[in-house]
Design a protein around this ligand. Structure first.
Ligand code: GLU
Length: 410
């Protein structure tokens, strides 16, 4: 299995071949500033908890907290590094961090989940805060968990401190638009790319791997813009219908049945004539656009040669290994890299934080307009860099990001 932190180092090495980066700065960029870890308990059991504060040259550390059985130090380090480059790539005033707990949250009761989440905050309280390090949701964490966390933080701080976390419920200091902003941002970027390529979105076929917060909102937005969502999957498997799904119906069915691959059955609420596929098969479908929206290391040297989609929009963090990247680049596939494609999430978090800091409230229109403005600019910067240096979008995004972080460090 590819170590995700090795991918980070490789990405940095690639950049240093293209632009001049001071050696000391480059070496510093290959290591996190601070590693925090400890144990948290829930229901009488102990779990390992992490926070990696990677770099804060451009602003407070920023990044989500992941609850997943496979969470480990190298993964959290990689995710924290990617947050650093993501915030720089889209030019928001944050550094990068990431946290997690090695736990299967699906096996916990609601009370245990709350105990676990409050425990994480008590463990790292001294090192986080609105101007230090601002966590947010990630895989298997959500607004409810952020609400418990901000409540625990506020108790310890002795005052309400909503800006300590983002991704909160709207009625508890969250922002309209934040929950769907990763997906909305991804579609904004995709539409900009299609404009450059002179392609009409209408009828383009899309396969989405992952049906968490990001995958399911992406399906809604794509459908709304006229794309044809032909395949979807969750951790249990996927469904495929060449005629396209109606995302609203699928969403209802998933809520009722708990698994997407139960949503093709005749007479079910979907009425879709879909057929069951595996997650692996989904990646290799003959579609125009492939959207990995689950975990790291899904597109590897093993399956990269079988990928048929011309465009890969990385809504997950780190879904493509460096070896797969090389193969896909040779095949002239266009990869919109994670640090650009999924940055709508953290840009949305930045807007939420701004509102909390200024005691302000934006409406949906303002949120979407600002998101659009920020990401279109970021896309332009990276597109221009890729043309200027004749490099792929991933390397261009890293060049833009590393230049910005190095400038702040130097
Ligand atoms: N977990 C999201 C990401 O990987 C959002 C982070 C944030 O909003 O701070 O980008």
């Amino acid at each position: 299995m590819q170590n995700p932190f090795d991918s980070v180092i490789e990405q940095l090495e690639n950049v240093s071949k293209l632009i001049e980066v001071d050696t000391k700065i480059l070496e510093k960029l290959k290591k996190p500033n601070k590693i925090l870890e400890g144990e948290v308990s829930a229901g009488g059991k102990k779990y390992h908890a992490y926070r990696v504060q990677y770099n804060n040259a451009r602003g407070p550390y920023k990044g989500g907290i992941r609850y997943h059985p496979q969470v480990n130090m190298d993964e959290v380090k990689a995710l924290a590094a990617w947050m650093t480059f993501k915030c720089a790539a889209v030019n928001i005033p944050y550094g990068g961090g990431k946290g997690g707990i090695a736990v299967d949250p699906k096996g916990l009761t609601r009370d245990e989940l709350e105990e676990l989440s409050r425990g994480w905050v008590r463990l790292f309280f001294k090192d986080i805060g609105p101007e230090k390090d601002i966590p947010a949701p990630d895989v298997y964490t959500n607004p409810q968990i952020m609400e418990w966390m901000v409540d625990e933080y506020s108790k310890l701080a002795g005052k309400p401190t909503p800006a300590a976390f983002t991704g909160k419920p709207i009625e508890r200091g969250g922002s309209i638009g934040r929950e769907s902003s990763t997906s909305e941002g991804g579609i904004i970027i995709l539409l900009e790319l299609l404009k450059k390529l002179g392609k009409d979105p209408k009828g383009l076929t899309v396969a989405i791997q992952g049906y968490g917060n990001v995958g399911h909102f992406a399906a809604f937005y794509l459908h709304e813009k006229g794309f044809k969502v032909v395949a979807l999957s969750d951790s249990k498997g996927g469904i495929y219908n060449p005629d396209g799904f109606e995302p609203q119906k699928i969403f209802k069915c998933k809520l009722e049945k708990g698994a997407l691959n139960q949503c093709h059955i005749e007479g079910s609420v979907t009425d879709a004539e879909g057929k069951k596929i595996t997650n692996e098969e989904l990646l290799e479908l003959d579609v125009d656009i492939l959207i990995p929206a689950a975990l790291e290391n899904q597109i590897t040297e093993e399956n990269a040669n079988n990928i048929k989609a011309d465009i890969i929009l990385e809504l997950a963090n780190g879904p493509t290994t460096p070896k797969a990247d090389t193969i896909l680049n040779k095949k002239r596939k266009i990869i919109v890299p994670d640090i650009l494609a999924n940055a709508g999430g953290v840009v949305g978090s930045y807007f939420e934080w701004l509102q909390n800091m200024k005691n302000d409230k934006w409406d949906e229109k303002k949120f979407s307009e600002e998101l659009n403005k920020n990401l279109v600019l970021a896309f332009e910067d990276i597109w221009k860099k890729s043309k200027e240096l004749d490099i792929e979008l991933r390397t261009a995004a890293y060049v833009v990001a590393v230049e910005r972080v190095a400038k702040a460090m130097g």
